[in-house]
Write a protein that binds this ligand. Structure first.
Ligand code: ATP
Length: 466
C-alpha cells in the first residue's frame, strides 16, 4: 500500500491486536498519555535501543554510554532553567473547558510559533488567528488568553507528610544526567576532546493534551547523545552529526521520502543552530522525531555557575568550557515511525479468490520474531523434528514454534508480526534432512539442508544491517 493510504487508527488497532502497545492501566479505563509495550513491542523497542547503542557507542571510539538516576538534586532543574521556563502556552475553551496548546494550534493554521515565546508574543499571534482556531472537542472559537503552564512533574522523596518538604522533579529531559556526569567521565576515563556521551533515559512531561498515541505521551524515553567539542569547531561537527543522524533512519529502513529537515526559526537565546528531523506520520503528517542542537557552552556554564564546580576542560593546558552538539530522539516517536513505515497491507491470491495480507516489513535485525518453525503436520514425528530445529536455532535467533492451523494461516500470522522467515518441516525433511525456507516479503520458498540454516540466517541478518 502507498504510505499516503496508511491510517494511524488502523496502526493503533494493529499494535494492540498483535501485542505491541497497550493503553497504560487499561482495566482502570487507562491513564491519558501513558502507554505500555506488550511482548512484541518490548522486543522491538529493545532492538531499536540495541541498534542505537551499536551505532552511537559500540562502533565509535570516542563515545561512552551512561545510565544516570532519574531523581536529581532539585537545584539541577533550576540551573537548567526548567523550573522557571519549561512551559507550554495553553488556553481554555470557554464553552467546554478543554485546554489547547496554542503554539501547536497556531502551527496548524500556518503561523510559526513555539513554546519558547513569551506570553505576550504568543497572545499577539493568537489574537490574529482566533477565528481560525477551533476547539477540537466542541468546535468553539471562544478561548481564554494563552498562559504558560510548567511541564515538570513533581514528586516527593523521604518525608511524604511534611508540608514544607522540597519537591523533587521527575526528569523533564533525560540529557541533564549527561551534563551532571561529564566531569566524572572526564576524571575517570580521561577522554581526548572531542568526545561524546550517550544515554537512553526516561523523561516525564505534564503534556496537557496527549492525544496522538505514542507521539505525545507524559512518560517517554529519549535516546540522547551529547558531543563535547572545542569552541570554534562546533559548526563542522554539527554538520557531520546532522548527516549521521539522518542516515540512521535510512539504515532502519525508513524511506527518505518520508523524512525531512526543519530548521528552528526561533532559537533559544543560547543556541547557535537547531534542526529537527521530521517523519511523515500517517494521519498526523510531518512532525519531529529528533532534535539536533548546537547548544554552545550553555549547559556546562550553567551547571558551573549553580554548583560552584568548575566544569571546564583542560586540553593540554588550554582550559575552556566545551561546546555541546546534542541529538535527542524520542524512542516512542521512533518506534511509531519504524512501525508506520513497515506496516503494509497487500492483495494476494488469485483473481477469483483474493485476500489481504498484513505484513510488517521490518529489517530482520529489528523483527520481534525472526524465524518461525512450522511442522507441516503434528503427527508422524514432524513436530518432534521441528521442535529440535526450534531449540537449535532459538539460542541464536528470535524464534517461535507454531503448529496450529493450516500452513497458510501460520504464514499469515508470521507475516503480520514481521517474522522474516518461516521454516517448514515436511515429509521430505525426514528423508533427506532438508526444509523449506519461505521469505516474508517475496513469499518465495527455497529448499535447504537443516545443517545450513544457522549460517544462512546469520549471513542474511548481517547483510540487513546496511
Ligand atoms: P515538541 O515540540 O513536539 O513538544 P520538543 O521540541 O519539546 O517536542 P525536545 O524537548 O527537543 O522536544 O525533546 C527531544 C525529543 O523527545 C523530541 O524530538 C521527541 O522525539 C521526544 N519527545 C518530546 N516530548 C515528547 C512527548 N511528550 N512524547 C513523546 N516524545 C516526546
Amino acid at each position: 500500500m502507498n504510505h499516503s493510504e496508511k491510517s494511524m487508527d488502523t496502526i493503533i488497532a494493529y499494535t494492540k491486536r498483535k501485542g505491541f502497545v497497550y493503553q497504560g492501566s487499561e482495566i482502570y479505563d487507562g491513564l491519558a498519555g501513558v502507554y505500555d509495550f506488550g511482548p512484541h513491542g518490548a522486543v522491538l523497542l529493545n532492538n531499536l535501543k540495541d541498534y542505537f547503542r551499536k551505532k552511537t557507542v559500540q562502533e565509535k571510539r570516542d563515545f561512552f554510554e551512561i545510565d544516570s538516576a532519574m531523581f536529581k538534586n532539585p537545584a539541577v532543574w533550576d540551573a537548567s532553567g526548567h523550573t522557571s521556563g519549561f512551559s507550554d502556552p495553553l488556553a481554555d475553551c470557554r464553552v467546554c473547558q478543554n485546554r489547547i496548546r496554542v503554539d501547536k494550534e497556531l502551527e496548524k493554521v500556518g503561523i510559526e510559533a513555539d513554546e519558547k515565546m513569551t506570553d505576550k508574543e504568543i497572545n499577539t499571534l493568537f489574537d490574529s488567528k482566533r477565528d481560525e482556531i477551533k476547539c477540537y472537542k466542541c468546535g468553539s472559537t471562544d478561548f481564554s488568553e494563552a498562559r504558560s503552564f510548567n511541564l515538570l512533574v513533581k514528586s516527593n522523596l523521604g518525608d511524604f507528610t511534611a508540608e514544607g518538604s522540597d519537591p523533587v522533579y521527575l526528569p523533564g529531559e533525560a540529557c541533564q544526567g549527561i551534563y551532571l556526569n561529564y566531569k566524572n567521565v572526564v576524571d575517570s576515563l580521561h577522554p581526548k576532546i572531542p568526545f561524546g556521551i550517550a544515554q537512553i533515559g526516561k523523561a516525564f512531561r505534564n503534556e496537557i493534551s496527549p492525544r496522538q498515541f505514542l507521539f505525545r505521551t507524559r512518560e517517554f524515553e529519549q535516546a540522547d547523545t551529547q558531543y563535547f567539542v572545542k569552541p570554534g569547531t562546533n559548526k563542522d561537527h554539527f554538520d557531520k552529526i546532522r548527516q549521521e543522524r539522518f542516515d540512521w533512519y535510512l539504515d532502519l529502513g525508513v524511506n527518505k521520502d518520508n523524512l525531512q529537515w526543519s530548521q528552528h526559526d526561533n532559537l533559544v537565546f543560547y543556541a547557535s543552530d537547531a534542526w529537527d528531523i521530521e517523519y511523515n506520520y500517517p494521519s498526523y503528517g510531518y512532525d519531529e522525531v529528533e532534535g539536533v542542537h548546537d547548544r554552545t557552552d550553555y549547559d556546562l556554564s550553567q551547571h558551573t555557575k549553580h554548583s560552584g564546580v568548575d566544569l571546564s576542560f583542560n586540553d593540554n593546558g588550554e582550559k575552556f568550557i566545551p561546546y555541546i552538539i546534542e541529538t535527542s530522539m524520542g524512542m516512542g516517536r521512533l518506534f511509531l515511525a519504524v512501525l508506520s513505515e513497515a506496516y503494509d497491507e497487500e492483495e494476494v491470491g488469485t483473481e477469483e479468490k483474493s485476500d489481504v495480507r498484513v505484513v510488517l516489513r521490518l529489517k530482520p535485525f529489528l523483527s520481534p520474531v525472526q524465524i518461525a518453525i512450522l511442522p507441516l503436520m503434528k503427527k508422524d514425528g514432524l513436530s518432534e523434528m521441528a521442535l529440535d530445529i526450534y531449540r537449535e536455532l532459538n539460542s541464536q535467533f528470535r524464534c517461535t514454534y507454531d503448529e496450529s492451523g493450516s500452513v497458510g494461516k501460520r504464514y499469515r500470522r508470521a507475516d503480520e508480526v514481521g517474522t522474516k522467515w518461516c521454516v517448514t518441516v515436511d515429509y521430505e525433511s525426514k528423508e533427506d534432512a532438508t526444509v523449506t525456507v519461505r521469505e516474508r516479503d517475496s513469499m518465495e520458498q527455497v529448499r535447504m539442508p537443516i545443517s545450513e540454516l544457522d549460517n544462512y540466517f546469520t549471513e542474511q541478518i548481517k547483510q540487513s544491517y546496511t
